[in-house]
Ligand binder design. Sequence first.
Ligand code: BMA
Length: 327
Amino acid sequence: MSIATSIRYEPLLLRHPANPILTGKDWPYSINSVFNAGATLLADGSTLLLCRVEDRRGLSHLCAARSRNGVDGWQIDSEPTLMPSPRDYPEEIWGIEDPRITFVPELQQYVISYTSYSRGGPGVSLALTKDFRSFERYGVVMPPDDKDSALLPRRIDGYWALIHRPMTPLGSHMWISYSPDLRHWGRHRLILEARRGAWWDANKIGLSPPPIETSRGWLVLYHGVRHTPSGCLYRLGLALFDLENPEKCLLRGDSWIFGPEADYERNGDVKDVVFPCGYTMDQDGDTINLYYGAADCSIALARGSVRSLLTWLDANGSCERRRDQDR
Ligand code: BMA
């Protein structure tokens, strides 16, 4: 047993025994790897994953995989579902990555936010779809360097709200921005900071899947990165934001709740990465199926209970305030 697995802690997200549930070997065409998938339930109750596929040039596109039970029997599109389109959208020249999917009842459409990798760095782009077969691109909504974004499923005080992660030499923190029409964005606010020093989330943080709406607030799973002499460690933490004022952090957990332990998470193209971009909710309204990229090489599934995540946050979280001692 490794040191990491022998330490006592409360496992909140349980790995599925069939992990990894999708790898490059499952693909109907030649690729390098598949990871970091957005997820949603379709109208017929089946699960759709919009997978980031890296081709054998190193550039990424998106490909849909559908399954009745969200675990196996995946029907993978026989060709890329959404390819970079650099002729019309030059910001996609080096690929499109890490999609997050939000179904928006008001629009009766899915809004996909993804990283477009431009010559100027990675930025955030939006595309709308009803069926994951045809897409309407909105282009770049947050210029580089920015990524790890998702749209909230409804307006807040009349405005759409997007969480994202701009990067500056002073830090990689989470922000929220608002828009009347999904095209023009403003009222940018910092909502959660990377910690500093030795903390597990000291070097970068970013939104993982889209926020989960609960009666207590928006439950946010975020990834935290720690730089180590042997590379970066990607782990997951939890925070809760006010339902009607999502700028307001109500609770943030101190320790991570999930990190690379299994071999497929520890070894791959990029070691020690767990990177969820999507979840689906079971009919009980409590069980979440979290789909995560493992070591930038495969897609894995872990399950948890929203109630247990909130109970853990109540016991282990504190109200977030800028820490004067850190300044
Ligand atoms: C992040 C993102 C993810 C990737 C991770 C680990 O910055 O680019 O797409 O999975 O790094 O390489």
